[in-house]
Design a protein around this ligand. Structure first.
Ligand code: APR
Length: 163
C-alpha cells in the first residue's frame, strides 16, 4: 500500500526511513540534518564508515535513537539541466533504496522524503512522477510504503502522479 502523507519523516513509526543524503554521508541540511539530529551522533559515525556513496545508490545503517530501526542513506542527483542523466539517476536512487531494504530481510514498512527536490533542485513534478513509478513497481514487496511530503505542493503532486 502506498500512503501519501505530510509530516516530519523523523517522527514516523516505520521499519526504515530513507534519507536524502550526499556522497560523503556525513550529514547536512534539510531532511538529512533533521534525521541526524533525531538519530543522534552514532548515525554519522555509522554512515561515514560506508562513504562514499555514489549518486543513484543507497546504503543502510541502524536508526539509533529514531523510532525507525533503519536509515537508508540514498544519494539523489543534483539537477543541472536535465541532460546529464538526472531522471535516470533519481529513478536509480529510489530503486536502489528498495533493493537495499529488501536485502535487509526484516523491513516491511518504509518511508521516503522527496529526494533531490530541496538543495539539489530537481523539478518537483518530475521527481514526484519518478517516485510514484518506483513505489508502484515495488508495492507488492512491502506492506506499507510512505511518500512523506514536507509541503502541500509536494503532497498534491504525489496524489496527481499516483492517479
Ligand atoms: N521530513 C520530511 N521531509 C523533509 C524534512 C523532514 N524533516 N525536511 C526537509 N524535507 C524535504 C524538503 O522539503 C524537500 O522536499 O525533503 C526534500 C528534500 O530536500 P533536501 O533535504 O534539501 O534534500 P536534497 O534536495 O536531496 O539535497 C540533498 O542537501 O542537506 C543536504 O546533505 C544533504 O547535501 C545533501 C543535499
Amino acid at each position: 500500500m502506498i500512503e501519501i502523507i505530510r509530516d516530519d519523516i523523523t517522527r514516523l513509526d516505520v521499519d526504515a526511513i530513507v534519507n536524502a543524503a550526499n556522497s560523503a554521508l556525513a550529514g547536512g541540511g534539510g531532511v538529512d540534518g533533521a534525521i541526524h539530529r533525531a538519530a543522534g551522533p552514532e548515525l554519522a559515525r555509522a554512515s561515514m564508515a560506508l562513504a562514499p556513496c555514489a549518486p543513484g545508490d543507497a546504503v543502510i545503517t541502524p536508526g539509533f535513537a529514531l523510532k525507525a530501526r533503519y536509515v537508508i542513506h540514498a544519494v539523489g542527483p543534483v539537477w543541472r539541466d536535465g541532460e546529464r542523466g538526472e531522471p535516470e539517476l533519481l529513478r536509480s536512487t529510489y530503486d536502489r533504496s528498495f533493493a537495499v531494504a529488501r536485502a535487509q530481510g526484516d523491513i516491511t514498512s518504509i518511508a521516503f522524503p522527496a529526494i533531490s527536490t530541496g538543495a539539489y533542485r530537481f523539478p518537483r513534478r518530475l521527481a514526484a512522477e519518478i517516485a510514484m513509478d518506483s513505489m508502484q513497481r515495488h508495492e507488492s514487496w512491502f506492506t506499507r510504503i510512505v511518500a512523506c511530503a514536507f509541503d502541500a505542493e509536494t503532497e498534491q503532486m504525489y496524489h496527481a502522479a499516483l492517479d
